[in-house]
Design a binder for this molecule. Structure first.
Ligand SMILES: [Zn+2]
Length: 259
């Protein structure tokens, strides 16, 4: 059974976008719970980053999905334009335009188009922490502009169809690609790991491991030739290992990929 992490964007002291007393965090929670309920009715295992009005950093949201070992993360937001009623439409954000997350983003957008939203496409946003720090394919749905009267009317009047559409986009992706269970042909005997350090002293290796672990990485230590090697992984797919290396490097770790 596929497991989907659903994130209601923002929360608590972070309202997200605000327009005429309407708060993004309230719309996202309502929609996240409705989407999750439909997925559960369709036999999907659902975990939520939050089910009430609490504050979480985007990093905590990514870690929650990582710790739940979800197959996909779907983060739900509403958009905002610099001035009211400037733009309308739904867009879905991804770390990069590849793989199942791109497929899911396109499926969700086309469902939203059927509900009546303008489809403003799939955009790459590699800087977003919730997309960058999650280990599974992740999409961030901007369900219309919160400061557009037109989108708000659609959001309120067609709420059930919107929830149904997002759930359908997710379900279509799970069915279309055999979920995350069957990766493309790869040599099953080769695993790639991203090494962040090699230490003579075990305490130094443990310190680095604890740091990485606290940041949500799948990390372990192996001993080789008198060194304690700190490694993140393992990955079947070199592309995934390379992506993880990029994330670790941007966090200041010195890395190289090993098998
Ligand atoms: Zn937002």
């Amino acid at each position: 059974m596929a497991r989907i992490a659903i994130d209601a964007g923002h929360g608590g002291t972070d309202p997200g976008a605000v327009y005429n007393g309407r708060l993004e965090k309230d719309d996202t929670l309502k929609l996240a719970l409705a989407v999750g309920e439909i997925l559960q009715q369709n036999g999907v295992d659902v975990v939520y980053t939050r089910t009430e009005d609490i504050y979480q950093t985007p990093f905590q949201k990514a870690v929650a999905a990582n710790q739940a070992d979800a197959d996909f993360l779907v983060s739900i937001h509403r958009n905002s334009s610099p001035t009211p009623n400037q733009y309308t439409g739904v867009e879905t954000l991804v770390y990069d335009k590849s793989g199942e997350k791109l497929e899911m983003a396109e499926n969700i957008n086309s469902q939203m188009e059927k509900v009546g939203f303008r489809n403003i496409g799939v955009k790459e946003r590699p800087g977003l922490v919730v997309l960058r720090r999650s280990k599974m394919p992740a999409v961030l749905v901007e369900a219309g502009f919160l400061n557009s009267e037109e989108d708000n009317r659609l959001f309120d009047e067609e709420f059930d169809k919107i929830a149904q559409g997002i759930a359908q986009g997710i379900l279509d992706t799970l069915q279309g690609s055999g979920a995350a269970q069957t990766p493309p042909a790869e040599d099953p005997s080769i695993y790639y790991r991203v090494q962040t350090g090699a230490y003579r002293n075990l305490d130094n290796a443990l310190r680095e491991r604890d740091q990485l672990e606290s940041e949500g990485y799948p990390v372990f230590i192996i001993e080789k030739d008198g060194y304690y090697l700190v490694q993140v992984g393992a990955f079947r797919n070199l592309g995934n290992a390379t992506r993880m290396e990029g994330i670790l490097r941007s966090s200041g770790y010195q890395t190289y990929i090993t098998t």
